[in-house]
Ligand binder design. Structure first.
Ligand code: CAP
Ligand code: MG
Ligand code: MG
Length: 491
């Protein structure tokens, strides 16, 4: 396939190419035939050169440091090691964009995501040779995809468990973020569930604090859930934060939950994927394929905020979460809620982890092999049958979906606005203050959320619907009116 920005490459002044030293020349191939031949993972960075380099020189230095090289050509390299060089294969000088092809045999076998990130957004983010370096999009060939776990327990399984299909999964985060005792925490869960909510999550710092011992929190949540299920006749889910200082503690939290009597489907494992690390994410995915693995992305802002010149995009983070096997990851409220973010960033990420084929910022990613012709499909099935040992989870048919989890400053009055931006309902929303700040408390907050969803499904404006639904009316009065003047703000 001709590189689609052929014209861009042609516009590269010969002087730039001539400016490369032998070390840099080993990491560029602007005439790379068919980068999508299956050998390469492809990446697009926004790059501003530093240290007096031009953009092509700096790009080659990045390709070197993010694959086989360092800042000088070393005498120890071999013809084979050169085969593993990442290659700058396209450049858009006007937009400061560089495309780099990574031979994916560089990566740790058996699907290790942290290893890839250590290459492509590792040392390179600290290089003097760049003033700005942000990984904007990534493309995985299907031959590479097969090596990675992808999600196991998905939003579809959760929908089946809850028997909820025609709307988002409606959830909350217990607030205050910290400081409730285990029983107080469980009380708030009970109130949300009996108010009609489906899904409760621990907040991202919840762990084994002395005022809220983990073992007690698990036991009380189980009691609260049993009571709520009995009273409502509806299944409920709790996402427990199992992030911990070490592997054994994380696993002991998982086992504590599983031994507390929660039936399969009624609990998820939440992991602070960036601060606990990708190894924790993949450990949970591999150890507990029957559990929803909930990726909280606290501290992602250091990499992803649109104004940050150094880091990676929400799209990149979300694609790697799907590759690693997270069942869902927070993808942001596209500017509707309290966190920074835009539809271009957040909705693109959400669509890319949900769909089988989706357009990113630069690449169209198919999360599996799409047979061009019928006999390709038959060949794939035969291959699948013949090599079931590799493809026994029929992964050629496509990596399962990873669910966008939407949180951060949302409230019942913003649900429709977000659904419209998202152009769909296939997500989990978790509203913290949006429920617990409701003037009549958590249960009313949950009921207002349910009512705003009912209004959406019935295509009735919430202000109209609120005329006959008091909790929603109270939510509108509270959240839509100017935020009540805080005592300190009283002039
Ligand atoms: C939201 C939240 C979430 C952030 C995460 C919080 O609470 O629990 O962790 O929204 O952001 O602690 O702020 P509220 P993102 O619902 O009360 O805002 O989903 O963008 O990663
Ligand atoms: Mg090194
Ligand atoms: Mg939180």
């Amino acid at each position: 396939m001709k590189s689609k920005n052929k014209s861009v490459n042609n516009k590269i002044p010969k002087s730039l190419i001539k400016s490369l030293n032998p070390h840099q020349e080993a990491y560029v191939n602007l005439g790379l035939k068919n980068p999508k031949n299956g050998e390469y993972m492809l990446a697009v960075y926004h790059l501003k050169p530093g240290k007096g380099l031009n953009i092509l020189q700096a790009s080659c230095e990045v390709a070197a440091e993010s694959s086989t090289g360092t800042n000088f050509k070393v005498n120890t390299e071999t013809p084979f090691s050169r085969e593993m060089n990442a290659l700058v294969y396209q450049l858009d000088i006007k937009k400061n964009l560089v495309w780099i092809a990574f031979p994916w045999r560089l990566f740790d076998r058996k699907g290790n995501v942290q290893n890839i990130l250590t290459y492509i957004v590792g040392n390179v983010l600290g290089m003097k040779e760049v003033k700005a370096l942000k990984l904007l999009d990534i493309w995985f060939p299907s031959t590479m995809l097969e090596q990675y776990d992808g999600p196991s327990y998905t939003l579809d399984d959760m929908r089946k468990y809850l028997n909820v299909y025609d709307r988002p999964i409606l959830g909350t985060i217990i607030k205050p973020k910290m400081g409730l005792t285990s029983s107080e925490y469980a009380e708030v869960c009970y109130d949300f569930w009996t108010g009609g909510g489906d899904f409760v999550k621990n907040d991202e710092p919840q762990a084994n604090q002395d005022f809220c011992p983990y073992d007690k929190m698990v036991v009380y949540v189980k009691k609260a859930m049993d009571k709520a299920v009995k009273e409502t006749g509806k299944k409920k889910i709790h996402s427990f934060n199992v992030s911990a200082a070490d592997y054994d503690t994380m696993i002991s939290r998982c086992e504590m939950i599983r031994n507390a009597g929660f039936e399969s489907g009624s609990y998820a494992f939440l992991i602070d994927g960036i601060t606990a690390g990708w190894m924790a994410v993949q450990t949970l995915r591999r150890k507990y394929p029957g559990v929803f693995i909930h990726y909280h992305r606290a501290s992602h802002g250091a990499y992803t905020r649109e104004e940050n010149p150094i880091g990676f995009s929400v799209l990149v983070l979300s694609k790697f979460a799907r590759l690693a096997g997270a069942s869902g990851i927070h993808t942001g409220t596209a500017g509707v809620g309290k966190m920074a973010g835009s539809p271009k960033e957040d909705v693109t990420a959400a669509h890319n982890i949900l769909g089988f084929v989706a357009k990113g910022h630069f690449f169209e990613q198919a999360w599996g092999r799409i047979p061009e012709k019928d006999d390709d499909a038959i060949k794939l099935v035969h291959e699948d049958l013949a090599h079931h040992v590799i493809l026994d989870d029929d992964s050629w048919r496509g990596m399962k979906k990873c669910c966008p989890i939407i949180s951060g400053g949302l409230n019942p009055t913003l649900l429709k606005k977000f659904i419209d931006v998202m152009q769909g309902i296939d997500f989990i929303t978790t509203m913290g203050a949006g429920c617990h700040a409701h003037p009549k408390g958590t249960r009313a907050g949950a009921t207002a959320l349910i009512q705003s969803c009912e209004a959406y499904i019935k295509k009735i404006d919430i202000h109209e619907y609120a005329k006959t639904h008091v909790e929603l009316k109270e939510a509108i009065d509270f959240f839509e009116k100017k935020k009540l003047k805080q005592p300190s703000e009283k002039s």
